[in-house]
Design a protein around this ligand. Sequence first.
Ligand code: R5P
Length: 296
Amino acid sequence: MVLVIAGPSPGSSDIARSIANSLDADLLEVNSKTFPDGERYIRIPTDKIEDNVLIVQTMSQPQNTSIIEALLLADAVSELGASGVGLIAPYMAYSRQDKIFLTGEPISIRVILKSLHSAGYRSLYTIEIHKNESLRWFPGEAYSISPYEYMADRISLPGKVLVLAPDIGALDRARRLAGKLGADYDYLVKHRDRVTGEVKMEPKNIPVKGRTVLIVDDIVSTGGTLAKATKLLYDQGAENVMALVAHALLAGDAVRKLEDAGLVKLYAGNTLPPRNAKFIEYIDLGPLIAEALENS
Ligand code: R5P
């Protein structure tokens, strides 16, 4: 038997329920609070665990708190006698700092994955970890599940579609999604200033006139990449610009930025807590995660 435990980070409860339903497993919610000094307290409300445990704790904002909670949960389940514990972190924070861009930086995702393993997690499941190679830093079994083809079956797109990667690194993602949708694909050329974070897009001749363009990316964070690409595509004659992302972090004023740019629709996985905006539609990835668990 497997017991699914929903961690306290924002967004974990809904996707944990969906995973537990798909697995036909029991679900337990964690009690938590913040002490007056800012430290976190968690408690799993049971006396003993005899099953294998899957903890669902997405690394949502505030990410550092979510990570600490995940570490504390591993210790708590082991004290309760669980025979094995796996972590499902639908969104894995720090995954974009997977190399040293400027001298003196850490490889943040390496630190996080090693720490999760040291805390007691023996397996790790996440959705689209930015770069699959990062998983080598988790010394146990680790899986990054690609959600794009699954999501493609659950969206509707008007007219003739072009799938677009916002940078060349995402081209393979666009090619696979376009294959699934029977659409053409292309990519933009993006540069990010590593100090200011500012995004620049090179003008490029892409056949978008009168078409629906679906931008596919792993993460929308500040919305800078998507908003810039959306404006550029409308300037080049696109009819509708839509986007599909695995993780909608939507930090700061990202929602307003995307609305102002005229993004018609944002399809996002439910790996992070939902934001209330008419143009955002969330796709439940719980069944996809459950399927990956059953097949691993
Ligand atoms: C970058 O490598 C990622 O794939 C995304 O394009 C990026 O994280 C999006 O960030 P933002 O929304 O802040 O432009």
